[in-house]
Design a protein around this ligand. Structure first.
Ligand SMILES: [Zn+2]
Length: 123
């Protein structure tokens, strides 16, 4: 099948489930493998139905989605710094760091999933 990118598969194929190939949260035992014995990818429950799409997505396309998702995540987390009135990360309390990182990671996850599943142009 066209589109299979060995570099992409290598990034996500581990012996045990570690990270979801779509959102980067904890993977479950769910995954996608095109045929028995082939390298596969692990997925979380939310993204399990979409494994085939990511598996065959060209690496350059997923890389572009990841870069855009990271920028969008900053747009989600950045306003928290305004809320607490501090822009220097080393001045944040441990609780504020936790909240900033939570918003950053959830923003990344939401943006990446939306891009992968919506057929948005990656470039
Ligand atoms: Zn996921």
């Amino acid at each position: 099948m066209s589109g299979l990118d060995p570099d992409l598969v290598r990034r996500f194929w581990t012996r045990e489930p570690v990270i979801c190939a779509i959102c980067r949260r904890s993977a479950t035992g769910l995954g996608y493998m095109p045929r028995h014995g082939a390298p596969g990818i692990w997925l979380c429950e939310t993204d399990a139905p979409h494994g085939r799409k990511v598996y065959f997505m060209p690496k350059a396309e997923l890389d572009a989605f990841e870069a855009r998702a990271a920028r969008e995540a900053l747009d989600v987390a950045g306003p928290f710094l305004d809320e607490v009135g501090e822009t220097r990360l080393d001045y944040l309390t441990p609780e504020q760091i936790d909240e900033f990182l939570r918003r950053l990671l959830l923003g990344y996850e939401d943006a990446l999933r939306r891009m992968v599943l919506s057929h948005e142009p990656p470039f």
